[in-house]
Design a protein around this ligand. Structure first.
Ligand code: AMP
Ligand code: ZN
Length: 112
């Protein structure tokens, strides 16, 4: 499968890893939109939030269990934002489910 994030998880494309466990891989976004900008992805290929179901939702649970650990590791003691873009109207550019963690400064109230 020709998936950028599957290749990153497999180590075929380099990334700046910040966290990994059996279910979850997290790495720095190549084009950071905030002082801290990390992507958290499931190790199984799930296309998008719209493809989460009872068979694969363990990955989403594991991602959200990992996020507080990742945030602590990154020093995000004053909060952060989690973003998921889904599908064409959500402007999802990489078709492997991922959650953006943004922080390190007071973020604008909305990101258009
Ligand atoms: P989205 O627009 O929600 O699909 O987000 C995709 C994100 O992946 C963007 O913020 C990109 O900057 C990021 N990205 C694309 N290629 C890479 C890469 N090779 N390593 C790290 N982040 C990447
Ligand atoms: Zn993938």
């Amino acid at each position: 499968m020709d998936c950028l994030f599957c290749k990153i998880i497999a180590g075929e494309i380099p990334s700046s890893k910040v966290y990994e466990n059996e279910y979850v891989y997290a790495f720095k976004d190549i084009n950071p939109m905030a002082p801290v900008h990390v992507l958290v992805v499931p190790k199984e290929h799930i296309c998008c939030a719209d493809e989460v179901n009872t068979d694969n939702s363990i990955y989403v649970a594991k991602i959200f269990e990992a996020i507080p650990e990742i945030a602590k590791q990154l020093g995000l003691t004053n909060g952060y934002r989690i973003i998921n873009n889904c599908g064409e109207d959500g402007c999802q550019s990489v078709k492997h489910l991922h959650f953006h963690i943004l922080g390190g400064k007071k973020l604008p109230e909305t990101l258009a």
